[in-house]
Write a protein of this length. Structure first.
Length: 260
């Protein structure tokens, strides 16, 4: 009997040491991805992951939140989730303007939650073509999705929501699958709607989304000069530098002649 007790004591001590870590855990419960489409075919993406935190993990979360150089990969390992990644990616270019913000804990006694927010920009999310004077049709590039991969293609996870926000005044041309919000109205055809949401584990392999934007004369002029600057920026800077150099030489000659 004494031998059994001596053998059992180390096991009990080990269980006592492991018990807090069993009760202390993080659980990523929900993903919300919002894609704000811009007229220049880029998009601002904001993603938030809702994190459930047991009260025994409050201190650990606070330490991770204050840690310097704690990378996104470190956070993925710390909270043990595959939701904490960029879900909108252009396969031909990287994201830019990336920021990550782990929010504060909201405590509910025995547990709490926090929001982990990713914000970044992606180019070429849409392609556009002028279909008539000042009328442009934009088509969403569904190859940018980086959600749940299945045998039949990508699918929105059951614990995720996808929101797409179009510029004001957009006229919807095609949309599939039908969004969960707003509800389809054959009379209005989404007239006046700018935010479209999917949250029913919809398949994304055949995702279709296109709309028309009508430019004002002012926007047309602004885009014209923006295109000129983007296409000939090096030449413009070179001409500006040459002009400044000519002006400096002219002033130097004037000053030299005045002294003579």
């Amino acid at each position: 009997m004494a031998i059994r007790i001596r053998l059992a004591l180390p096991l009990l001590l080990l269980a006592a040491l492991l018990l807090p870590s069993v009760n202390a855990y993080f659980n990523a419960t929900y993903l919300n991805t919002t894609v704000v489409l811009n007229p220049n075919n880029s998009a601002h993406v904001v993603e938030s992951v809702n994190l459930y935190i047991s009260n025994t993990s409050f201190t650990q979360y606070a330490q991770d939140r204050q840690a310097i150089n704690f990378t996104l990969s470190n956070w993925q390992n710390a909270v043990n989730t595959n939701l904490l990644v960029e879900h909108i990616l252009n396969p031909k270019s990287s994201v830019y303007g990336f920021t990550f913000l782990p929010g504060p804990i909201t405590s509910y006694g025995t547990f709490g939650d926090a929001q982990l927010t990713l914000s970044y920009y992606v180019k070429n999310i849409t392609t556009s073509s002028e279909i008539s004077p000042r009328r442009f049709e934009y088509t969403f590039n569904n190859s940018v999705f980086n959600f749940l991969h299945t045998a039949s293609g990508q699918t929105l996870p059951a614990n995720a929501r996808l929101n797409i926000i179009v510029p004001s005044g957009a006229q919807i041309v095609a949309i599939y699958p039908v969004p969960d919000s707003p509800r389809l109205s054959f009379i209005s055809n989404y007239t006046g709607s700018t935010t479209f949401s999917w949250y029913s584990a919809d398949p994304l392999s055949s995702f279709t989304f296109s709309y028309i934007l009508v430019q004002t004369p002012g926007q047309e002029v602004s885009k014209f000069f923006s295109n000129i600057f983007s296409n000939y920026s090096d030449l413009i800077f070179l001409l500006a530098g040459a002009l400044v150099l000519v002006l400096l030489v002219y002033l130097y000659i004037r000053v030299s002649n005045a002294k003579v």
